[in-house]
Design a protein around this ligand. Structure first.
Ligand code: FAD
Length: 797
């Protein structure tokens, strides 16, 4: 029998690099009543056979900072623990084979500078100087990231574990977790092959086994294994120990020096799922069979890039399974289903790079009871129960593995494992030529224009960094909405009811705005965290004295449900997710009143802004709510699902133009409306966002103490002077060559005849700036006011 404690404050399941990092950081924060349970030996799962590349740059600032921290930690860990880590800051070169890839690299480099990562655009000749064994005759250019590096994954794991043990953490090998006990929604204990451990916190760092561990506790951990490969070659002349890492994403390949030879690996576009019948046990320090067919697309491209590989022998073929998630980002945080149950898993072949920062973030979340930074891109709550489906996950990971090196096109849509969630009127939308996108599993109309059956896989999207080919259709939808009216299907909104005698009191504390309003009123409000940052923004409709309808964005519905339910405290109120119960159709535009009046006996002339009531619509009764997200007169119609088709057909019969989410996005930006996940997030206060008006002057809500701190930054509207240049979001704003902010969301505005955007700047009085569009500078007008103001008389009651 192993010497297991009968109780520990925290039990970490899994002794891979992530479990070791969580343990290390918990100990660093002073939590040492911690035990790490590993069914085999430390690092025996996936960690031991990782290639060890550590690339800093990620799609968002918070994720980039997380990995920057990993590099800092790995650089000092050896001195601190006395254990070698193999860390070498060798830098990395990425090369482009096409002009479009080069545009992507330029955009990336501009973003990197925003995030404080050194990134230098280089020519093909400079790339060859840095990496002399490659051919560059087909290389357009590249980017040099000197801060990137490589490390030895097993050694890193040992060093982290040793650092934790020194502070008192117990690491126990050869103990297998077989069950997790949950009582009243709270984790209580863990059953193991060697007995039971009572605990307050379980941290599921079980790698590709994490889905099964999650299921032991009723927690959704959406990941699936896929085979993942690299080879190690014999020595090659000119390959020296200080060679940077080389990435050739157009050829799906990466290269890393190892004892004078190369590690050659990559990310093929059509991956091979593994473990469909579960992960075998035991599975320690084990590899899968070589699959040269699957690897050939990488190897052929690698030989193209490094011709010496043609005549170099391969010493070892590594095929190791790794877990991938539905969107290629890892899974972090407290499970919404069970208090005290945390997850750090699904690292999509970036677990070595991410482990330092992810381990710290998770440890801080546990100790502080809340995240200490914006972790939304990796937040477990971006999924829901529907994602815990093995067939769906298997089909999706065939695509996600390849995303690492796929072009990161603006508005890129994933194509596999669709359709999943569909609006009741989906068939009507498809028949009208809808081009669908996918969010939170929902099929949503991006725009109407082409009949695009699912079977075509591609939905006919032609991606670009410039003006997209669908722009004319979207312009027409916007024009219809701005001059007449348009019909939008917004069924994917998250919808909850909160009912109970304390519903108003509970929401008053959670919401920035005053929600103790008359029955029939609708209130736009923020939900803040204790730091005064936005956990969400949403609308709250008082439908009865003791009942509210809460409506939020599709993407954050799990998160919002979690935030609200945890924030109810001892209040007597029950929160129920009714997302699937209602379809939502919006009729927006100056003619919306007369159009709705033509199909209803209710009086739409006496229907004030911010009010909501039941109305007849054709044969059905629906909830009509007067509000707008596009800046026009309009109503959202909440329709019980069984009436959805009838109501939609009634609305279509009025001749309304149908429109999609690309039009909504452009119109909300024209009107300066903020979106959560773009302008709003856990680090942004109402004062910084320019949303003081949606906060109670008297305070008394969560986060109020910090809400009025503008953090030295301001959300502004941006309009490009050049009508041709196209903004997508993520671009830097400069003044006299110095960074002064960045774009958070952008679209082309047919109303203004130029790209329009929202973004942050440091100086509220700024009126002009330069925008860095893939290395070219464009002048822009900056304003704290929305550039589009529809004849306000139309919007007023
Ligand atoms: C071929 C390949 C190349 C890679 N290259 C890189 C790279 O260059 N850079 C990079 O950043 N990442 C890379 N990765 C990814 C990286 O290896 C993983 O993301 C990382 O190792 C995941 O670490 P982990 O701790 O989450 O999982 P693991 O290392 O798998 O650890 C999980 C542990 O949990 C244990 N466990 C499971 N179930 C139980 C149970 N019931 N009870 C007790 N213990 C349990 C397992 O035994 C295992 O040791 C690569 C992966 C592969 C396959």
């Amino acid at each position: 029998m192993k010497a297991l404690p009968s109780r520990a404050q925290v039990v970490i399941i899994g002794g891979g690099i992530v479990g070791a990092s969580v343990a290390y950081h918990l100990a660093e924060l002073g939590w040492t009543d911690v035990v790490v349970l590993e069914q085999g030996q430390l690092s025996c799962g996936t960690t031991w056979h990782a290639a060890g590349l550590v690339g800093q740059l990620r799609g968002t600032e918070s994720m980039t900072r997380l990995i920057q921290y990993s590099t800092d930690l790995y650089a000092r860990l050896e001195a601190e623990t006395g254990f070698g880590t193999g860390w070498k800051q060798c830098g990395s070169v990425s090369v482009a084979r096409t002009g479009e890839r080069m545009t992507q690299l330029r955009r990336t480099a501009a973003q990197a500078r925003n995030y404080g990562v050194t990134a230098e655009i280089i020519t093909a000749a400079q790339a060859r100087e840095l990496w002399p064994v490659m051919r560059v005759d087909d290389v357009v250019g590249g980017v040099w990231l000197p801060g990137d590096g490589k490390a030895n994954p097993s050694d890193l794991t040992q060093a982290l574990a040793r650092g934790a043990q020194r502070r008192g953490v117990q690491v126990v090998e050869r103990v297998r977790v077989t069950g997790v006990t949950v009582k009243d929604g709270v984790v209580r204990s863990v059953s193991t092959s060697e007995g039971e451990i009572e605990t307050d916190y379980v941290v599921n760092c079980a790698g590709q086994w994490a889905k099964e561990i999650g299921r032991m506790a009723g927690v959704t951990v959406p990941l699936h294994s896929a085979e993942h490969f690299y080879v190690v070659t014999e020595q090659i002349e000119g390959v020296r120990p200080d060679l940077p890492v080389l990435r050739d994403p157009d050829g799906y390949a990466y290269f890393k020096e190892e004892v004078g030879g190369l590690v050659v690996g990559g990310f093929e576009p059509d991956a091979k799922p593994w473990g469909m019948d579960g992960i075998p046990y035991p599975f320690e320090f084990q590899l899968l069979e070589e699959d040269w067919d699957q690897f050939s697309i990488i190897m052929e491209n690698a030989i193209h890039r490094v011709p010496a590989l043609e005549t170099t022998g391969v010493r070892m073929f590594y095929n190791g399974p790794e877990s991938f998630t539905p969107d290629n980002m890892f899974l972090l945080g407290e499970a919404p289903e069970v208090r005290g149950f945390f997850v750090g898993a699904g690292f999509n072949s970036a677990g070595i790079a991410s482990a330092g920062g992810a381990g710290r973030a998770l440890a801080e979340w546990i100790v502080n009871g809340a995240p200490t930074s914006d972790l939304w891109p990796a937040d477990l709550r971006r999924f829901a129960r529907w994602a815990d489906n093995d067939t769906w996950l298997r089909d999706r990971v065939t695509e996600t593995l390849g995303l690492h090196y796929a072009m990161s096109w603006p508005n890129k849509e994933l194509e596999t494992a669709r359709p999943l969630r569909r609006s009741p009127v989906h068939h009507l939308l498809a028949a009208a030529g809808a081009c669908f996108g996918s969010k939170m599993g929902w099929e949503r109309v991006n725009y109407f224009g082409k009949a695009a059956p699912y079977q075509s896989k591609l939905f006919n999207y032609v991606y670009t960094f410039g003006r997209p080919e669908w722009q004319p259709q979207v312009n027409a939808e916007i024009n219809a909405c701005r001059t007449q009216a348009a019909l939008f299907d917004q069924t994917s909104f998250g919808k909850f009811t909160l009912k109970g005698r304390d519903a108003a009191a509970a929401l008053q504390w959670l919401c920035t705005a005053d929600v103790d309003v008359e029955v029939g009123r609708v209130v736009y409000t923020g939900l803040l965290n204790d730091r005064g940052g936005y956990e969400s923004d949403l609308t709250v409709t008082r439908v009865a004295h003791d009942e509210y309808l809460i409506v939020t964005g599709s993407a954050q519905s799990t998160r919002d449900f979690d935030v609200i339910s945890k924030g109810l405290g001892d209040h007597h109120a029950v929160l129920v997710d009714v997302t699937g119960t209602y379809a939502v159709f919006s009729v927006m535009g100056p003619k919306s009143r007369e159009i709705l009046q033509s199909v209803s006996k209710a009086d739409f002339s006496a229907f004030a802004v911010g009010t909501s009531r039941l109305v007849d619509l054709g044969y059905a009764t629906v909830r009509a709510t007067r509000m707008t997200y596009v800046g026009e007169l309009g109503w959202e119609l909440y329709v019980p699902s069984e009436f959805a088709v009838t109501v939609y057909e009634t609305l279509l019969a009025t001749g309304l133009t149908q429109a999609g989410y690309y039009a909504i996005e452009a119109m909300r930006i024209e009107k300066g409306y903020r979106a959560w996940g773009r302008e709003l997030g856990p680090e942004v206060t109402p004062a910084a966002a320019g949303l003081r008006f949606a906060c109670k002057k008297t305070g008394g809500y969560r986060g109020a103490e910090r809400a009025m701190d503008d953090q030295g930054r301001h959300v502004v509207s941006i309009v490009l002077d050049d009508p041709e240049a196209h903004l997508w979001g993520g671009e830097s704003l400069l003044r006299d060559g110095e960074p002064v902010g960045y774009v958070t969301s952008a679209a082309y505005s047919p109303t203004l005849g130029a790209s329009v955007a929202l973004g942050f700047v440091s100086d509220a009085t700024m009126e002009k700036a330069q925008v860095d569009v893939a290395g070219e500078m464009y002048s822009a007008q900056i304003s704290r006011k929305a550039p589009y103001d529809p004849t306000s008389s139309r919007v007023k009651a």
